[in-house]
Design a protein around this ligand. Structure first.
Ligand SMILES: NC(=O)c1ccc[n+]([C@@H]2O[C@H](COP(=O)([O-])OP(=O)(O)OC[C@H]3O[C@@H](n4cnc5c(N)ncnc54)[C@H](OP(=O)(O)O)[C@@H]3O)[C@@H](O)[C@H]2O)c1
Length: 259
């Protein structure tokens, strides 16, 4: 197997399923050694086994991204196995849905801990390693188009993702001198467990999403993986950018689809 990431090592947090799993598989298909990750060793190991079955190389590591020690151990295990780190994808995320006026502070905190602090801890642990190595690297944070929009009953999620966007810009500026490129991907609606959870709670249908999206469909996890690999490649002069991949959801005002 050979490809664009030959000889490189990539960590993808939250890669037991959904977008993260597709990202991990895409890096492996392009030649990278990949570290799969989940809160469960078994789920990370299943994702790693799928990569190995397809001819790639993968190491499963159990990590809770909301725990900075656990995230530091993830990077240590990666370097111990593969000798170095090149790409960190901070993808793990959760949501808790409910009216702001009734939001339990513990629920608020949990989403912030995973979706915002987890991205900081992952960036910090990776940044330390990349700075020590001295030859640059890439960090890609998986945000959301909801980082720059208001979606009712998602106050901690939208706040966390907005924080990820500006954390991304800040780290890009701070670590540019180390040639560490820091970017974010802001997906629109992609069919995964998170969107199933939202759909159940909010009562919208697939057809509602398809009608609201100019491209007329959900995005795929493979399309999100293509975007992450573009941002991780460092052959594009892009850093501090939030790339929105939403099928036209954000720019769409009304009536521009000809229907
Ligand atoms: N799907 C969408 O439409 C969409 C849109 C915009 C943004 N996003 C973002 O894309 C990212 C991936 O979402 P997804 O749709 O692929 O969701 P998903 O299918 O629910 O996958 C979430 C992943 O995160 C992991 N995870 C959750 N909490 C974790 C923690 N504390 N530590 C380590 N891993 C943890 C889960 O692993 P385990 O459960 O195995 O621990 C799982 O692998 C998230 O940041 C999400 O906000 C998704």
């Amino acid at each position: 197997m050979s490809g664009r990431f030959d000889g490189q090592t990539a960590i993808v947090t939250g890669s037991s399923k959904g977008i993260g799993k597709a990202v991990a598989e895409a890096f492996a298909a392009e030649g990278a050694n990949v570290v799969t990750n989940s809160r469960s060793y078994d789920r990370a190991a299943e994702a790693a086994a799928d990569i190995e079955a397809a001819g790639g190389t993968a190491l499963p590591v159990e990590t809770d991204v909301s725990d900075p020690d656990s995230v530091a151990a993830l990077v240590d295990a990666t370097v111990e196995e593969f000798g170095r780190l090149d790409v960190m994808v901070n993808n793990a995320g959760v949501t808790i849905i409910g009216p702001a006026e009734e939001m339990d502070p513990a629920d608020w905190q949990q989403v912030i801990d995973v979706d915002l602090s987890g991205v900081f801890y992952g960036s910090q642990a990776a940044g330390r390693q990349l700075i020590d190595q001295g030859d640059g690297g890439a960090i890609v944070n998986v945000s959301s188009m909801m980082g720059s929009m208001g979606l009712g009953r998602r106050s901690p999620y939208c706040a966390a993702k907005g924080g990820v966007d500006n954390l991304t810009r800040t780290l890009a500026v701070e670590w540019a001198e180390h040639d560490i490129h820091v970017n974010a991907l802001a997906p629109g609606y992609i069919k995964t467990a998170i969107t199933d959870q939202s759909q159940e709670s909010a009562g919208y249908t697939d057809e509602d999403i398809e009608k609201r999206t100019p491209l007329g469909r959900y995005g795929t996890t493979e399309e999100m993986a293509n975007c992450v690999l573009f941002l991780a490649a460092r052959d594009n002069f892009v850093t501090g950018e939030v790339l929105t991949a939403d099928g036209g959801w954000t720019p769409y005002a009304w009536g521009s689809r000809g229907d």
